[in-house]
Design a protein around this ligand. Structure first.
Ligand SMILES: C[S@@+](CC[C@H](N)C(=O)[O-])C[C@H]1O[C@@H](n2cnc3c(N)ncnc32)[C@H](O)[C@@H]1O
Length: 364
């Protein structure tokens, strides 16, 4: 049995069943054995592939989006370019290459990377060390120096732990991880742990018995902190992730290993665990703090508005036959309606004085 599984079981023996949020925290971020703390799960050899690893076009277009925001901000002489959870650092490298077409912007940026995983920090340092930028690493957004900012978070919010509540006859009770009679991890409903009604969106109060509601408090707190900085110092934050446009019910917790779905409880620490991001809830909180929210829109709409098809055509012009087919495959994975194009959503939070940014329709 793995050391992490042992550790979780002894926690349950002494504390009783633990919340899904505590389970995710252990499985993903336990300092010694957590999934993200020990290795590099990305890429073909790993467990899953993210958008920047699919095609350079993704990071390039985001780099140009940042350049437009910077100009809209009045081209400040100093700006923090922040990326949360950059994995291998591929998006940042592609974005900086695209931004180098605006030399005054390249001179203005201080790069700050927020990354909790020591092993991925090492990987990012290796990948980004050839770039002539000053880059600082931090473990938390709160450690980034104050100032005008442009922040990017791609496929990072969906690994933030969530709690789950299940609709029962009288209320919503918490779904937890306990142990069954055989000593294996098992799902349990804790009838004594109820969620207060004001945390359930009113339109979900009448959901069917057995419906699951996911509460992403860690994500809400992070978005609130980011929005406070955007409102105070100026700038924008771009959040891209698997998630839903409108708050809803549904059990979206999933484990992925070797590019396939895996059992959530059998091997904690050995597979990725994610839950869909509730963009409506994040947007509501950002607005309360004074941020202007753009979107959420689908990744397909966002990237098409930024001109991904023209960029693909440009790349194909100077490509070999094999490269042409890679560009097309990448394009389809990023914007295909049955691929990431519709599954991933994009939302920006901007300072109220800035114009509506590229990629979003004013009507959203
Ligand atoms: C699914 S990977 C996405 C990597 C990258 N953004 C990409 O698109 O390739 C999630 C990343 O978020 C990092 N991460 C998880 N929780 C974090 C947190 N609270 N703050 C900063 N980074 C975090 C992980 O270590 C990892 O680098």
């Amino acid at each position: 049995m793995s050391e992490l599984l042992n550790h979780i079981k002894s926690r349950i023996v002494s504390e009783g069943p633990i919340s899904v949020s505590d389970y995710m925290e252990e499985a993903l971020f336990n300092p010694k054995y957590g999934y993200y703390m020990t290795g590099d799960p990305l890429g073909k050899q790993g467990d899953f592939i993210t958008a920047p690893e699919i095609s350079q076009m993704f990071g390039e277009l985001i780099g140009l989006w940042c350049a437009v925001i910077w100009e809209e901000m009045g081209s400040p002489k100093k700006i923090n370019l922040i990326e949360m959870g950059p994995g291998r650092g591929t998006l940042m490298a592609d974005a900086l290459r695209a931004m180098s077409s605006v030399p005054r912007l390249s001179a203005a940026i201080n790069i700050h990377i927020v990354e909790t995983s020591p092993s991925l920090q090492r990987r990012q340092k290796r990948n980004l060390k050839t770039l002539s930028f000053n880059i600082e690493w931090h473990e938390s957004f709160q450690d980034v120096p104050a100032g005008p900012l442009i922040l990017i978070a791609n496929e990072m919010f969906d690994v933030l732990p969530v709690r789950q509540f299940v609709k029962s006859t009288s209320s919503w009770v918490e779904r937890k991880v306990g142990c069954n009679g055989l000593g294996e991890l098992a799902w349990v409903l804790d009838q004594s742990c109820l969620i207060s009604d004001n945390l359930i969106p009113p339109q979900l109060m009448r959901s069917k018995l057995g419906s699951t509601f996911e509460l992403g408090k860690i994500a809400v707190d992070l978005v609130s902190n980011i929005t406070r900085s955007v409102v105070k110092y100026g700038g924008a934050a771009l959040i891209i992730d698997y998630g839903y446009l409108k708050s809803g019910v549904g059990d979206t917790l999933q484990a992925v290993k070797n590019h396939n779905y895996a059992d959530i409880l059998s091997e904690p620490g050995k597979s990725d665990l994610t839950a869909h991001v509730d963009f409506e809830c994040l947007a509501k909180n950002a607005r309360t703090i004074g941020g202007v929210v753009c979107g959420p829109v689908t990744q397909r709409d966002f990237l098409r508005r930024l001109g991904i098809e023209s960029r693909a055509a440009q790349l194909k012009n100077s490509a070999s036959t094999r490269q042409k087919s890679e560009v097309l495959t990448g394009l389809n994975r990023l914007i295909g309606t049955d691929e990431m194009g519709n599954l991933c959503k994009v939302m920006a939070i901007v300072h109220p004085d800035h114009l509506f940014p590229e990629g979003f329709s004013i009507k959203n």
